[in-house]
Design a protein around this ligand. Structure first.
Ligand code: CS2
Ligand code: MG
Length: 383
């Protein structure tokens, strides 16, 4: 999304919501943008409160992604108007660079090991490992086409089958092999993608303790925040959750009870930089660090915003980095960079990202859906 000022400065925001993009576009075009005409773009706090409280119907992914898009664009404008990178406005640089992790996956343990090794050779110090599970036709996070993993597909939602039992028996063997082959240094992460019950998450966390994961992500759906207390009672494997959260209230109990170690709420889906900073500051009181979502369904605008916040806040943990395609990077030229496992947002004014609207127009939106998942007996479950 692009917001233009009458001074000729424009800011970019990211309004993507994988599989529900048009809902956000309509919310912005029909309900939000008319209210922005004539406002002072420097008033990020008042505009955030206006869009959040003024809507009456508050929260949720569509609303908060729309607010996030506006907010990020306004911070971009602010930085450009002051000729300074956004992170300077958030506290300046608290670190040399932003530690990132990327995604490795394979059809089996051997392929996954090769994929982790490839990313280590590329310079990553932290790698998420997802593998095909024997007896499960298509496991989460495993590319089917040999191309980088991207879950959304054209046409109606595809259906995949899932077996928690096979998964729980398999995953410890994956990380045992990775540790034996790669040693203790590389930070290994794993995403359960909301598929377990709390006690199953506790079992998995306990079984992974010998392999010292950097984190076990989304062990179970987080609507029931106290479900994470049960996991916490059984395992020291660090826990990350929150990529589908939209406000700090979705994580309030998780954070204040220290039931998690990393909060993943994406800047774009969590109300933008204004709310991400407040959420991070609240999390800092409870030793909870950030691990913002950064999959390829979030644009380079989102990536840049996450890097600016990651540079400035004290309780930064790690940043997800699934590199975008060459075409996406061509549409969104940017100043951020990756060197030896760390990223830096660059020191250009604002976010340091631009958009080639002519090139973008050559790739019109095509509706795509995230898959759904069913257990082997056909019961619908969390994808
Ligand atoms: C995943 C995401 O990156 C992650 O941790 O959970 O890839 C998620 O599946 C997608 O963002 C969904 O659009
Ligand atoms: Mg995830």
């Amino acid at each position: 999304m692009k917001i233009e000022t009458d001074q000729g400065i424009y800011g970019l925001g990211d309004a993507t919501l994988n599989g529900r993009e048009l809902a956000v576009e309509s919310y912005l075009a029909e309900h939000v943008l008319p209210c922005l005409i004539g406002r002072d773009p420097f008033q990020t706090e008042d505009i955030w409160q206006y869009l959040y409280r003024g809507a009456y119907w508050r929260g949720g992914p569509v609303t908060m992604t729309a607010i996030g898009a506006v907010d990020v664009a306004l911070w971009d404008i602010k930085g450009k108007a002051l000729n300074t990178p956004v992170y300077h406005l958030l506290g300046g640089s608290s670190r040399e660079g932003v530690l990132v992790y990327t995604h490795a996956n394979g059809a089996d343990i051997s392929e996954t090991l090769d994929s982790v090794r490839k990313h280590i050779d590329e310079g990553y110090l932290a790698v998420r490992a997802q593998s095909g599970v024997p007896g499960v036709a298509s496991s989460y996070g495993v590319s089917k086409s040999g191309k980088p993993y991207e879950p959304a597909q054209r046409g109606l939602p595809s259906e995949s089958l899932w077996s928690t039992e096979k998964y729980l028996n398999f995953v410890p063997t994956l990380f045992e092999k990775l540790r034996v082959e790669l040693g203790p240094e590389v930070r290994l992460l794993h995403d359960c993608h909301h598929r377990l019950t709390p006690i199953e998450g506790a079992r998995l966390g306990k079984s992974l303790e010998p392999y010292h994961l950097f984190w076990m992500e989304d062990p179970c759906p987080a609507e029931l925040q106290e479900g994470f207390e049960l996991i916490r009672q059984h395992t020291t494997t660090p826990i990350a959750t929150g990529e589908i959260f939209n406000t700090v209230w979705d994580a309030h109990d998780l954070i204040r009870n220290q039931w998690i170690d990393y909060i993943r709420m994406a800047i774009v889906h969590g109300g933008g930089i204004t709310h991400a900073k407040k959420t991070a500051d609240f999390a800092a009181l409870y030793h909870v660090r950030t691990g913002f979502h950064g999959a390829t369904d979030l644009s380079p605008v989102s990536m840049a915003a996450a890097l600016h916040v990651g540079m400035a806040i004290h309780n930064f943990g790690i940043q997800e980095h699934m590199p975008h395609s060459a075409l996406t990077n061509e549409v969104f030229p940017h100043g951020y960079s990756f060197v030896n496992g760390y990223m830096h947002p660059g020191d250009g004014a604002g976010l340091g990202v631009n958009i080639d609207e002519v090139l973008a127009a050559k790739h019109p939106y095509q509706r795509a859906y995230l898959p759904i998942a069913r257990k082997l007996d056909g019961t619908l479950t969390d994808w």
